[in-house]
Design a protein around this ligand. Structure first.
Ligand code: GLY
Length: 358
C-alpha cells in the first residue's frame, strides 16, 4: 500500500494509506516521547480503540474526549483540552494523537501547535474527509463566529496514518461528504481520478475496498504533492480551496448546522463551476461533467430559504479574501483550475443564484 512523502520546511513526514495501519501506530511514536494524549470522540473510541490500545501498550497515555461538531471547533474548546493535558501531567515531551474526523484533527492539531509553544502530533483521521484532506498538510485551527478556520497555524504532524478499514463504520452521509473532496482533487489536478469517480460510482458508494483504497490514495497523493510544493498556501496550495470559498459561506450562513463540510464544498464546487461558465473560461460540456458528478453523489441537504445576497456578503469574511478582493478557484477543464480575482460582483451573485436554484 502506498505511502506519500510530504516535504515541508517545517517537517518531512509520510502520509501512509494502508488497511490495518492503525495496528502499527506504535512504530511511529518516538521512543523518547513522554505521555501520549489521545484526543478523540466517544463513538470513534468505542469502535476503534482496540488496535490503538494494543499499539501503545506499556506507554503512559490518557484519552481526552472531545465532542465533535463544527460549533465546538472554537478557542474555548482548545483551552479546555489544554487544561486536561496539563492536569494529566502533560509537558514538553508529551505528544498528541488526533484520532477522529476533520474537526478533531484540526482542533487537536492546534492544541499540539500551541501547548507549551508546540508539541508533536500524530494525525489518525477516521472520516473519509479527514483522510483525504484535513489530516494531511498541517493546517490546524478553530472557527470564529464570523467564519471558518479564522484562527490557526501550520503544525505539521509526525506522520498521518490513514487506515481505510475505519471507514466501514462511517454513516453513509459522512462517507458521501468525504467523496466530494475526492471529486475536488480530480477537478483540480487529476482527470483520471475524476473519471474513476464517474465510472466506478457504484463501487465507490458500496465501499468496495479496492476502489476505496485507490481513490483515497489518489486524493492523498495530490494533497501530499501540493503541500510539498507550497506548505503555506502562497501559491499552488490555493487550488485545494476549489469549492471552499462558496462552501464556507454556506456553512457560516447556516451556522454550521445544516451541511457537513463536504456537502458545503459540493455546493461550492457547483457555484464555482457556474461562475467559470459565466466567465467563459469553462466549456459547457466540461461544466456539465462536474455538475453531473457532484449530483450523482447527492443529495445534499435542502438549500431552501437561503439568500444569494447574504451568501455573497459572506464571501468577504473568507480567509481567501486579500485586501478586499476575493480570489476564486475556477475550473478551466476537469483536471485544471485557475485562480482569479478578476470576476464581477454581478457574475458571482448570478452564479450563487444558479447554484441555489439548480
Ligand atoms: N483543506 C485545504 C488545505 O489543506 O490546504
Amino acid at each position: 500500500m502506498p505511502s506519500f512523502p510530504v516535504q515541508t520546511p517545517q517537517r518531512n513526514y509520510q502520509a501512509i494509506v494502508e488497511r490495518g495501519a492503525l495496528a502499527k501506530l506504535g512504530d511511529h511514536i518516538p521512543a523518547k516521547a513522554g505521555k501520549i494524549f489521545i484526543v478523540t470522540e466517544w463513538d470513534v473510541w468505542n469502535m476503534h480503540q482496540g488496535p490503538v490500545l494494543e499499539a501503545i501498550q506499556g506507554r503512559p497515555f490518557q484519552v481526552i474526549f472531545f465532542s465533535g461538531g463544527e460549533v465546538n471547533k472554537r478557542l474555548v474548546s482548545v483551552e479546555a483540552l489544554a487544561d486536561q493535558v496539563l492536569l494529566g501531567g502533560g509537558d514538553r515531551s508529551s505528544i498528541v494523537i488526533a484520532f477522529g474526523g476533520g474537526i478533531v484533527c484540526d482542533t487537536a492539531g492546534f492544541l499540539a501547535a500551541i501547548f507549551m509553544r508546540g508539541i508533536p502530533v500524530i494525525q489518525i483521521p477516521t472520516t473519509l474527509l479527514a483522510q483525504v484532506d484535513a489530516a494531511v498538510g498541517g493546517k490546524t485551527g478553530v472557527n470564529l463566529a464570523e467564519g471558518k478556520n479564522l484562527i490557526g497555524c501550520f503544525h505539521q504532524p509526525l506522520v498521518v496514518i490513514i487506515d481505510p478499514n475505519v471507514l466501514s463504520t462511517l454513516p453513509d452521509r459522512e462517507y458521501r461528504a468525504g467523496l466530494y473532496e475526492i471529486i475536488k482533487c480530480g477537478v483540480i489536478a487529476d482527470a483520471s481520478l475524476f473519471e474513476v469517480m464517474v465510472r466506478e460510482r457504484e463501487a465507490v458508494l458500496a465501499q468496495h475496498p479496492e476502489t476505496v483504497d485507490r481513490i483515497v490514495a489518489g486524493a492523498v497523493r495530490i494533497k501530499a504533492h501540493v503541500v510539498t510544493e507550497d506548505e503555506r498556501e502562497e501559491d499552488l496550495r490555493r487550488i485545494l480551496n476549489f469549492g471552499h470559498t462558496f462552501g464556507h459561506a454556506l456553512e457560516a450562513e447556516t451556522k454550521y448546522s445544516r451541511f457537513l463540510h463536504g456537502e458545503a464544498v459540493a455546493w461550492g464546487m457547483n457555484a464555482a463551476t457556474y461562475l467559470a461558465l459565466r466567465c467563459g473560461i469553462l466549456e459547457q460540456s466540461e461544466g456539465r461533467r462536474i455538475l453531473d458528478c457532484t449530483a450523482s453523489y447527492g443529495p445534499i441537504p435542502s438549500l431552501e430559504g437561503l439568500s444569494a445576497a447574504a451568501l455573497a456578503a459572506r464571501l468577504q469574511a473568507d480567509k481567501k479574501t486579500i485586501q478586499g478582493k476575493i480570489h476564486f478557484v475556477l475550473p478551466e477543464a476537469v483536471g485544471r483550475v485557475r485562480i482569479t480575482a478578476d470576476v464581477t460582483g454581478e457574475a458571482v451573485l448570478a452564479a450563487i443564484q444558479t447554484a441555489l436554484a439548480a
